[in-house]
Design a protein around this ligand. Structure first.
Ligand code: IMP
Length: 175
């Protein structure tokens, strides 16, 4: 538990997360057989999900990361900035973007437009959580762990002002 009581309730336990992430790994592995996909993790929120998902990928694959920033506190600033770009070219690659949560969709909308100019063979989105109620830009994640209500969540990589990413479960943040 966090040192300060900041949780309204636990939303997804460690066991629920492990089970769902393993299922996503199996589904993606079946879809990408023989395609040697490139998994692009969006730092820093993706870290736990990325590490657990990739352990459940049974096809040959490579890893790369980007760091994007658009959030301050519990609300999106709307302005997306690339803090860290990919190391390798994605030309001709089958790219799977691994993201913690899609909220307004602004971050992934920006990222999709950016990556589409780089000549990938395909680009799909895999997000652990989808918060469709708050959407401001169109994005279509192909692989979704769980759909959530319009509440601010923390844990398993998700932060509030950089805290609570280390929680092994996901909970609703107490305002
Ligand atoms: P979007 O651009 O509004 O879709 O937001 C994407 C990013 O905002 C995510 O990758 C998260 O880092 C952050 N975010 C959105 N909702 C939450 C939340 O409920 N908890 C923690 N971070 C969030």
């Amino acid at each position: 538990m966090p040192e300060t009581p900041v949780l309204e309730r636990v939303l997804f336990s460690e066991e629920q997360l492990a089970e769902r992430v393993a299922a996503l790994g199996r589904e993606i592995s079946a879809d990408y057989k023989g395609k040697q996909p490139l998994f692009v993790g969006i730092l820093r929120g993706c870290i736990m999900f990325y590490a657990d998902l990739l352990r459940n990928i049974s096809v040959d694959c490579t890893m790369d990361f980007m760091c994007l920033s658009s959030y301050s506190g519990t609300s999106s600033t709307g302005e997306v900035r690339t803090m860290l770009d990919l190391r390798e070219s994605i030309k001709g690659r089958h790219v799977v973007i691994v993201e913690d949560i899609v909220d307004t969709g602004l971050t992934l909308h920006y990222l999709m437009n950016n990556l589409k100019t780089r000549g990938a063979a395909s680009i799909e989105i895999c997000c652990l959580l989808d918060k469709p109620a708050n959407r401001k830009a169109e994005v279509h994640p192909k692989y979704v762990g769980f759909s959530v209500e319009n509440e601010f969540v923390i844990g398993y990589g998700l932060d509030y002002n950089e805290l609570y990413r280390n929680l092994p479960y996901i909970g609703v943040f107490k305002k």
